[in-house]
Design a protein around this ligand. Structure first.
Ligand code: ZN
Length: 212
């Protein structure tokens, strides 16, 4: 896949991921919307650290990485995640385990890879954390994009379980690409806590204004 991408980049010139303009991965205009800031939100009692305010440009970067496997988009997300994890890294050190939100099996098959698992592994390696893909969907869930906050909570209720529970590490930081209503992070936090983990916080690349 990676060699295919490299070949593609030789044959096809770079275009801005935000607007398609020839040139850099993000042109100067789109770069304004992909500006890393220390952003902090709460999902119930869970603190969420993020770096990028969601926008049409951010949406295109996430889609380019998730659905099209574009390496430059992955790189932008890894950089944003590293910025977002700086504060919890300072507060907790690198001993908590980074646990990515799992993708559904059909999404992994369609994409040909576990997008968030790969991003989390890269961030963990660069920042000195350990990571483990601990969570698993126990049933297929509906597409969340058109659901409001309450429907998301009921759609996800009790949907995640732990794959294994044999670890000595008992502290976790949840990782996702985007937080909107926080329903997914809440459900993941519930599953980990039920298995005896302490969930210290969550870290996401982007944060969106939730649908009410
Ligand atoms: Zn642009």
């Amino acid at each position: 896949m990676r060699s295919g991408q490299a070949f593609g980049e030789l044959v096809f010139p770079h275009r801005c991921l935000g607007c398609g303009l020839l040139g850099e991965q993000l042109c100067t205009r789109c770069l304004v919307s992909w500006n890393c800031l220390p952003l902090l939100t709460h999902v119930n009692e869970l603190v969420v650290y993020s770096a990028i305010m969601y926008s049409p440009v951010a949406s295109r970067v996430l889609l380019a990485a998730k659905e099209n496997g574009i390496l430059t988009a992955d790189n932008l997300i890894v950089d944003a995640m590293r910025q977002a994890i700086a504060r919890p890294r300072m507060d907790y050190g690198t001993s908590p385990l980074l646990v990515p939100i799992p993708s559904q099996r059909h999404a992994i098959r369609k994409r040909g890879r576990d997008f968030l698992g790969e991003i989390t592994t890269r961030v963990a390696g660069l920042e000195g954390f350990s990571t483990r893909d601990l969570l698993l969907h126990r049933r297929r869930i509906k597409d969340q994009s058109m659901l409001d906050a309450q429907s998301r909570h009921s759609n996800l209720h009790n949907s995640l379980v732990l794959k294994e529970n044999i670890l000595r590490v008992r502290e976790a930081i949840l990782i996702d690409d985007l937080v909107t209503t926080g329903a997914t992070l809440s459900e993941a936090s519930r599953a980990l806590k039920e298995a005896g983990f302490s969930v210290l916080c969550a870290v996401t690349a982007c944060v969106a204004q939730p649908l009410r």
